[in-house]
Design a protein around this ligand. Structure first.
Ligand code: PLP
Length: 387
């Protein structure tokens, strides 16, 4: 039976091995030349400047929240429909999570609900690009600007996504990427933080390494020159051990020449699903704002007919080797966050009806047509059984 994985990472093994060998032979495995090179390659590819490579998106989010002043007796407005990693740093920094609802047709946070939830304690607004599709970045930026609150964009699913043809990082104060095990681009674990403001960028560079400017310890090529612990760490700049190492960077670097084409393949596959589901009354492809160029990490659709048991549908697909799934659970369901509980009807509508289908570069149009056909056939069968 052919299998259709939901996630797969494209690793050009020979190229990666050359890079890893170079790292190992250099005798210096921690952050040095390869991290600098990976950082430069990311800047060039994404068309950005103020980018800091770190060891995970969770680290990037933590640094962004800290720079925003998130801490005890503050609040952060965020979405529950995401990976838990978006929200654990808020709790870990001692702030209160405030959930805003989403629009079930897009999976994205609702700017109007953000505005309703703002209080004098709000230190940040967090947005997530579900499956690689940005939320309405301009509408969120408008609310944020009127209330003078920074926006942190969790773009972990959304490498290479665009808004109005521009880098998504132009529309938020902070943008966080993930290069974790199952992302479009994976260095095993890794992440990046892009800061719009130069001062925030300078602080981020320090926060990633205890509060020291690690770049000051590199030569002009980016190679590590050796430790100098005599530099000062200033009040408010006490940082973390969040830097990436050269082995991870070598794996990421090997993927860079291919990443654009790989994401184009995700987009082409998504177009196949959109066409297959266009006339269905039961399966509704998520709406993609006209300004958005999604990177379609996975393809999410909603099962619109209550007579169809979504979980049984997923089980049937899995039995056929189609690794459809949910990807994330609504974060407000965790009892650790019970003090933040509030009514989120659209979030729960989305969570109970969404299915996320494989759509990556490892599949062709025929594979996606096959998966879409099976989804529709299994839905028809469920409806016949229910009648
Ligand atoms: C939306 C989202 N945010 C953050 C993360 C965390 O990324 P990392 O594992 O790089 O910390 C993930 C990882 O799956 C994610 O899906």
């Amino acid at each position: 039976m052919k299998s259709y994985p939901l996630f797969k990472v494209h690793v050009p093994v020979e190229d990666a091995l050359v890079g890893i060998r170079e790292v190992l032979e250099s005798g210096f495995i921690n952050e040095g030349l390869q991290v600098t090179q990976f950082q430069n390659a990311l800047k060039e590819h994404l068309g950005v400047t103020n980018l800091v490579v770190v060891n995970s998106c969770t680290s990037a989010l933590t640094m962004a929240y800290k720079i925003c002043g998130v801490g005890p007796d503050t609040e952060v407005i965020t979405t529950a429909m995401t990976c838990i990693a978006t929200n654990t740093p808020i709790d870990n920094l001692g702030a209160k999570i405030v959930w805003a609802d989403i629009d079930a047709n897009t999976g994205s946070i609702d700017p109007k609900d953000i505005e309703r939830k703002i209080t004098p304690k709000t230190k940040a607004i967090v947005i997530v690009s579900w499956a690689g599709t940005p939320c309405d970045l301009e509408a969120v930026a408008d609310v944020a600007k009127r209330h003078n609150i920074p926006v942190v964009q969790d773009a972990a699913h959304a490498f290479d996504s665009r808004w109005n043809g521009r880098p998504v990082s132009e529309f938020s104060d902070f943008t966080c990427y993930s290069f974790q095990a199952i992302k479009h681009l994976s260095s095993g674990d890794g992440g990046a933080l892009i800061c719009r403001d130069e001062k925030d960028f300078e602080l981020a560079r320090k926060l990633k390494w205890f509060g020291y400017d690690r770049d000051a310890h590199k030569d002009e090529k980016g190679e590590w020159k050796g430790q100098r612990w005599s530099a000062d760490i200033f009040p408010g700049e006490v940082g973390y051990k969040f830097n990436m190492n050269n082995v991870a960077a070598a794996i990421g670097l090997a993927q860079m020449p291919y990443i654009g084409k790989l994401i184009d393949a995700h987009r082409a596959n998504a177009a196949v699903y959109q066409k297959c589901f266009a006339n269905s009354n039961v399966i509704h492809s998520l709406d993609v704002p006209s300004q958005a160029t999604s990177s379609f990490w996975v393809f999410t659709a909603l099962v619109n007919d209550p007579q169809i048991d979504r979980d049984l549908l997923l089980e049937a697909l899995n039995q056929e080797g189609i690794a459809a799934g949910l990807v994330h659970m609504p974060n407000d369901s965790y009892s650790a966050f019970k003090e933040s509980l509030t009514d989120l009807p659209e979030t729960h509508k989305f969570a109970s009806t969404q299915i996320s289908l494989p759509c990556g570069w490892w599949l062709g149009a025929e594979d996606c047509e096959h998966i879409a056909t099976r989804v529709l056939e299994l839905c028809e069968k469920a409806l016949r059984n229910a009648a």
